[in-house]
Ligand binder design. Structure first.
Ligand code: CTP
Length: 453
């Protein structure tokens, strides 16, 4: 047991393990009564000794960046420090046998000396932050994020943590889920040893997502969405107590303690997942959307069910599409508000503001419909098609391809110059072509005269 953690007795025999920070927070922010609700036996099962990780080390060796990592490991040895592979990279290696992104490395010991040896060996320091992280790049362009072992303290629930240098076990203890809290040693003489203090390897084999501490979600509520994303990505299940802790945090409104931009970043990551729909529906079951103030009901569920059946066209931007479904399609939604809170980029904001127009599309004048359909991107057209239960892509394509059958000179001759009248005639020509299907120049001229435009 770490010195700054102590068991908290609830009732006669139930024990919850809390950090001093959590207790201080619970007093300050009035969720002390939540502890009673936990009323659960939540023993932190800690494994004292590392296990043999030579199998997983062999898988790691196969990666193209491994020779460079071996050099960094040597730099750490010379600096009398230890280098580890940690976090999602190690989890992915154990779960799916390979790492599909830049590996996360962790260093324990004399970081300045390690950095000196790494720089002498030809690495470039790309970034060094006050949050105890470094970014190194080798001569071949491989980039490595290296964090220094640290512990965290939260000034308020949902606030960004303050960080302090710490030991490996302390660093693993600050993390979220047991399967994300392992470390594979890369430095001799311990090379290949797997530190797994919270039995994450077992959970990983049983495909169970389990938080380390019941307060992990209250300390950082974005972990609720992270957990749901991991569950969806790897088809995992939450263990019972984790689910309970999650519900308590959501019911307590923890998601609202976090800045909107951080919430958006987590949602964006969720929306990128292949099984994003599972995650979005899980958030609904848990009450996350309600707690965030998002109107998410039967209508949105129906849209998601339809898209799950139909699948996605490969060129549809999934993040944009799910953003439109959740924050734009609902008649009572408020897309402007979400665009502002999430500080969405301009293109996404534009699509989001177009999303609710599906309700008026049928009743619009040709000019309006033409304008909005031409402004709409593929995700918007996909959403409108689902909402109206009609494939709008052919119409969208024809609107985008259409050119007036009369040349600019011919139109100018009709209206003597390029004023507002010019625009009106041009639109009328397009309407005749697109709505009435007339493609004969003389017939169009006759119709224009007839209407004395
Ligand atoms: N972590 C955490 N709480 C968070 C975010 C991250 O405890 N809110 C810890 C987890 O141990 C995580 C590690 O920091 O594994 C690295 O975080 P990150 O790179 O954001 O996520 P990964 O789990 O590595 O990767 P993925 O993108 O697959 O989620």
């Amino acid at each position: 047991m770490r010195s700054w953690y102590r068991p908290f007795l609830v009732g006669e025999e139930k024990i919850v393990w809390l950090s001093q920070e959590s207790i201080a927070l619970s007093n300050r922010y009035g969720f002390r009564d939540e502890i009673d609700k936990y009323a659960i036996l939540y023993p932190i099962r800690m494994r004292g000794y590392p296990m043999n990780g030579s199998d997983v080390f062999k898988l790691f060796e196969k990666h193209s960046f491994f020779p460079s990592i071996a050099r960094l490991s040597f730099a750490s040895l010379r600096a009398r420090s230890r280098l580890f592979l940690v976090g999602g990279a190690l989890r992915d290696l154990l779960l799916v046998g390979k790492i599909c992104r830049e590996p996360d490395l962790l260093i324990e010991g004399d970081v300045d000396s390690f950095l000196e040896f790494a720089l002498k060996d030809g690495y470039h320091l790309r970034e060094k932050t006050p949050f105890l992280t470094l970014k190194l790049e080798d001569e071949n362009g491989f980039k490595f994020d290296i964090s220094v072992c640290r512990k965290e303290s939260y000034d308020a629930p949902g606030a960004l943590p303050r960080v302090f240098p710490a030991s490996l076990s302390e660093d693993l203890y600050r993390r979220d889920f047991t399967m994300n809290s392992m470390a594979l040693t890369l430095t001799d003489p311990e090379k290949g040893l797997l530190y797994d203090p919270f039995f994450g390897f077992n959970d990983l084999k049983e495909r169970v997502l389990r938080i380390i501490r019941p307060f992990a979600f209250l300390e950082d509520p974005t972990r609720i969405i992270r957990g749901i994303r991991l569950k969806a990505r790897f088809s995992l299940v939450f263990d019972e107590l984790t689910l309970k802790a999650m519900r308590i945090a959501v019911d307590k409104g923890a998601l609202r303690w976090v800045g909107w931009v951080r919430i958006w970043r987590e949602l964006e990551e969720l929306f990128k997942e292949d099984k994003a729909i599972d995650g979005i529906l899980f958030m609904e079951n848990l009450g996350c959307w309600k707690s965030l103030g998002v109107k998410f009901g039967d209508f949105e569920k129906l849209l998601l069910r339809k898209v799950a059946l139909q699948g996605f066209e490969s060129d549809i931007d999934r993040v944009e599409f799910f953003t439109l479904v959740i924050f734009g399609a609902n008649p009572d939604g408020c897309p402007e508000r979400w665009a502002k809170l999430f500080q969405l980029p301009r293109r996404l904001k534009k699509s989001l503001l177009l999303a609710p127009l599906w309700r008026r599309l049928k009743k619009m004048s040709f000019n309006e419909r033409y304008r909005f359909l031409r402004e709409a991107g593929k995700s918007v057209v996909k959403l409108w098609s689902l909402c109206l239960e009609e494939d709008l892509f052919p119409l969208w394509e024809s609107y985008n391809k259409a050119r007036p059958i009369l040349s600019e000179d011919e139109i100018e001759a009709l209206v003597s110059g390029k004023g507002p009248e010019y625009g009106r005639i041009k639109m009328e020509i397009l309407r005749l072509q697109l709505e009435e299907g007339i493609n004969d120049k003389d017939e169009i001229l006759r119709r224009l005269k007839e209407r004395s435009v």
